[in-house]
Design a protein around this ligand. Structure first.
Ligand code: ATP
Ligand code: MG
Length: 654
């Protein structure tokens, strides 16, 4: 079924885009070839985009052999990431806005924080942390709303050499406690309350509950956001605003080794127990800065908006580190796409004249369901480029994004990457590649994707092929280990396919040599001997006018081996019926072919999603297999009650 996901239509770069872009087609080919032929020479040059205190002599030292996995980049160089994101810009752009902060409610004023102000605030936060006894190598948990202090906290840790670990503010006290204990953190930075979508989460109170399960040596630094009430534990809790008022706004950055850890971040947990991904200093910042500039075709003076939360890697690399290393103006948004209504994103683009806009397919699908009036009432003429990340984007959503938001004039970069990869590994480049809706297209510089036969692990060469996606060789942004568990790191990523980094994703390389992510390897099903990615069936289902969302998994089937089980959420106002079931079956048969015809369709008012908006298919798989006794780690689910409903209304297989 290698031709079903590939759509015939391609979207070549507009000539003006190709002319002005950092990378056009010829340049891509030339640079990509150079990056593969002599990676060390290539990365030696690219590392020059960062200021080093002591220059490195060796570029890379990498071993992917089981039992001896070690990844080192620029290892004997020293630098400071905060100095790269702030200090080095002060002479030329001290009064330029570094961060535009847009609050949850449009009634509250936005803030424009200059690089000078960012410097002062980060130094204050650094001094406050030092005052609490935090030093080089110590861990700090950041459990905060999307407010400027969250970015100050990240950069302050980087400045003094502490290792931050951000826990998304939507997580429960249990999830927070597990991460405080797992990282043996000295300090938890939080805020009184976190406003989001018009409601306020009592963050400090969550932290209080979490800290009951942690060492009594852990300190809690509390930033004022709403001024709402909190309880106070004398000797453990510290008032950030009071301490910052007294703290100096100068703080010398610590000299860090390139391989000193910068942060630990847990994956979203859609396939299993979240992993504490460790990123280090030199390689990460080189890769975040480069991908931010090239993928988004960022130019001096642009206003860049990534709608992620800093609790995800996307927020680390493309709200804070990448844009600030490049001296950009980055937008930080506290709210949600649908509050006060579904035009919030577009109003913010209009208000701050955003040039590059980067979001997730889940947000696009949600907004698409609300109708285009919400987009059309805003002036989006400043937009030059759109991006997506997090899941495969179905062509339906891609087309809406392209037509309604981009007015057919903005290239869409469909960036495929992972918490583990630090930055984009595959994406079309806006001035170089003719985009295909739903395709991640081309490897980024220095990335060597390989397609492997899933059972033998043999590399499949040529085009129009499909298999398991691995990466041959390293890149500077690659994770270095799982926090406290190097063995798990080796086992997860290097044991199934020897000598490669295993991504866990399946992909196809089409006839033109372009890449399509087909979903997790676990999500490839085998129906009567035909292998297919469940994403394909989902994509067909959501292309139906009455379907808002769909998730598809396999289940054991006597005759076919695996059957196709579909969870379908209907558009508001649509009623489930037997007729509609039949209609959807026929629809998928005509869209993909008889082999993909759904066996079972369960009406699902809600789907189990992680806090980052990804569907947790492993839970759906268990329900479809009637094995819901042990659902595994569900602590990162946004709404656990959805699961009970799905179990109760599961389909009968006989
Ligand atoms: P866990 O590893 O804990 O199960 P996770 O894989 O969801 O969680 P992330 O690192 O946030 O954690 O997500 C990376 C994954 O998201 C990729 O492996 C891929 O499956 C999916 N993904 C990200 N971007 C894209 C994209 N542009 N197209 C298709 N899939 C994508
Ligand atoms: Mg993953």
């Amino acid at each position: 079924m290698s031709d079903t996901a590939t759509s015939a239509k391609t979207y070549p770069p507009a000539p003006e885009m190709a002319a002005k872009a950092h990378v056009n087609a010829a340049r891509y080919d030339e640079m990509y070839a150079a990056s593969i032929t002599d990676p060390d020479a290539f990365w030696r040059k690219e590392a020059g985009r960062i200021d080093w205190i002591k220059p490195f002599t060796r570029v890379s030292d990498v071993n992917f052999d089981l039992g001896a996995v070690a990844i080192n980049w620029f290892a004997d160089g020293t630098l400071n990431v905060a100095a790269n994101c702030i200090d080095r810009h002060l002479a030329t752009r001290g009064e330029q806005t570094a961060i535009i902060w847009e609050p949850d409610s449009p009634d509250e004023d936005a803030l424009h924080i200059t690089y000078n102000a960012l410097h002062a605030n980060v130094c204050k936060m650094s001094n406050v942390l030092r005052g609490l006894g935090v030093g080089k190598g110590d861990r700090v948990i950041i459990y905060m709303p999307m407010i400027p202090e969250a970015a100050y906290a990240m950069l302050a840790c980087a400045r003094i050499g502490a290792i931050h670990s951000i826990v998304f503010a939507g997580f429960s006290p249990d999830a927070l406690a597990a991460r405080v204990n797992g990282s043996e953190a000295k300090v938890v930075i939080t805020a009184d309350h976190a406003p989001r979508g018009g409601r306020a989460t009592p963050l400090k109170s969550n932290a209080d509950q979490a800290l009951l399960h942690c060492s009594d040596k852990v300190k809690c630094l509390v930033v004022k956001r709403t001024g709402g009430q909190t309880t106070w534990v004398e000797g453990r809790d510290y008032d950030y605003n009071a301490l910052a008022a007294e703290a100096s706004d100068e703080c010398a950055p610590e000299e860090m080794g390139a391989e000193d850890p910068l942060f630990v971040l847990y994956t979203s947990g859609s396939t299993g127990q979240p992993k504490g991904v460790v990123h280090t200093t030199g390689g990460y910042i080189v890769y975040a800065a480069m991908t931010h500039e090239i993928t988004f075709d960022y130019h001096e003076g642009d206003v860049f908006w990534c709608t992620a939360d800093v609790g995800w890697v996307t927020g680390h690399s493309y709200i804070v580190y990448g844009p600030l290393a490049n001296g950009a103006t980055t937008v930080m948004f506290e709210g949600v796409p649908t509050y006060p209504d579904a035009s919030r994103f577009w109003e913010v683009c209009d208000k701050h004249k955003v040039n590059q806009f980067y979001t997730a397919p889940t947000a696009i699908r949600a907004l698409m369901g609300q109708g285009k009036e919400f987009v059309e009432k805003c002036d989006l003429s400043s937009l030059r480029l759109l991006g997506t990340v997090g899941e495969p984007i179905n062509p339906e959503a891609w087309n809406w994004y392209n037509d309604v938001v981009g007015k057919g004039k903005c290239p869409i970069v469909d960036t495929w990457w992972q918490t583990e990869t630090g930055g984009h590994l595959m994406t079309p480049l806006p001035g170089a590649h003719a985009m295909k809706p739903g395709s991640a297209m081309k490897p980024f510089f220095g990335i060597k994707p390989v397609v492997l036969e899933p059972t033998t692990g043999e590399e499949i060469s040529g085009n129009d092929v499909e298999g398991v996606l691995c990466i041959a060789g390293s890149w500077p942004g690659q994770m270095r280990t799982v926090w406290g568990d190097h063995e798990r790191f080796e086992k997860t990523y290097f044991s199934d396919y020897k000598g490669y980094y295993f991504t866990g994703d399946g992909c196809k390389r089409d006839a033109d040599g372009d890449y399509w992510i087909t979903g997790r390897v676990d999500d490839v099903i085998n129906v009567s001997g035909h292998r297919m990615g469940t994403a394909e069936v989902e994509s067909a289902l959501v292309a139906h006018a009455k379907v808002a969302e769909a998730a598809v998994v396999g289940y054991p089937h006597n005759i076919k081996g695996q059957g196709i089980y579909c969870y379908v959420t209907l558009m508001g106002g649509e009623e489930p019926s037997e007729e509609l079931r039949k209609e959807l079956r026929t629809w998928v048969r005509t869209e993909i072919g008889p082999i993909a015809s759904p066996d079972l369709i369960q009406w699902s008012p809600g789907l189990p999603k992680t806090r980052s908006g990804k569907i947790m298919r492993r839970i759906l798989r268990k329900i479809a297999e009637d094995d819901f006794g042990a659902l595994g780690d569900t602590s990162t689910l946004a709404d656990p009650s959805v699961v009970d409903d799905l179990i109760e209304n599961r389909m009968n297989k006989s």
